[in-house]
Design a protein around this ligand. Sequence first.
Ligand SMILES: Cc1ncc(C[n+]2csc(CCOP(=O)(O)OP(=O)(O)O)c2C)c(N)n1
Ligand SMILES: [Mg+2]
Length: 339
Amino acid sequence: MAGYRSKTGTAGAADRSPEAGRRRELLREMLRVRRLEERCVELYSEAKIRGFLHVYIGEEAVAAGVMSALAPEDAVVATYREHGHALLRGVPAGAILAEMYGKVEGCCRGRGGSMHLFDADTRFYGGNAIVAGGLPLAVGLALADKLSGRSRVTACFFGEGAAAEGEFHESLNLAALWNLPVLFCCENNLYAMGTALARSQSQTDLALKAASYEIPSWAVDGMDVLEVEGAARRAADGIRGGSGPHFLELRTYRFRAHSMFDPERYRDKAEVARWTERDPLLLLRTLLESSGQLDAADWEAMEREVDAEMAEAVRFAEAGTPEPADQLLRFVYSTPVQP
Ligand SMILES: Cc1ncc(C[n+]2csc(CCOP(=O)(O)OP(=O)(O)O)c2C)c(N)n1
Ligand SMILES: [Mg+2]
């Protein structure tokens, strides 16, 4: 992260306690997402990645904090701004990039692209391009778990724009009515494409909307990964304890455009600059450095390892194979079962 200065400076001074190690791990996870997407933007500019591309830069604390409160058997449902969620859930960076390159080695054989990452092995259920489309899916997954007596959480990420959709209200209502194990994670970055929240929704307190369905809900500083993690743990514990759905409004901001096609006429540069002062990586890094939990050598090693991971992912994607044209109808229809 060019421009960031270490306050502690000397290598080898950092706190080696498990707690400090866990926090450094959160920083590393956010850095992995940041670096992956910085590469995506470059590769898009080089026309190696085509189609739509929505980056999460600025919002990393939300996915990193929530994901750290989940267990491997839990499920995750996300939106089209989901590269970071897939990566932190355990989908390899190479499989994500190969997917964007349209290669067979991608997590969906290159058929889904950026907006439709999916991986059944890690219970990562998309990559959903329809605004609010993931919410009923999450409710269905949670209903299946409840009916089968499985103690699992389904975490559902969606933007604040989803709260204006009917599916949001139908999903919250049924989840509350049937006491389903869903963790609703509303990523409130203040804009739905170019429309500010206050221009499209009469009630801008999103946690209050959830509370109207009798769902325990609270607003969280989505730039502070430790706060997000704490809130997500509290909510996940409540869900596992049988107290039904919980809702987090995670207040965050995207530093980049909505997608790669967005002239950004709806917000001024001063607003973006104000929010970048609260960059989630900068906040955590500064906290760790000033409290002796991270030193210059730790940070340099972290950057080196993450850069190497992403370089290898790009190499893997570029070395991949495009789906042969005669295979393109495969998986469009299921194979009929022979009697
Ligand atoms: C049902 C539906 N309507 C419209 C769109 C077009 N669209 C794509 S992204 C988007 C904005 C969604 O904003 P938000 O939910 O706040 O998520 P963010 O992009 O800010 O993460 C819209 C309207 C869509 N994909 N689906
Ligand atoms: Mg939004």
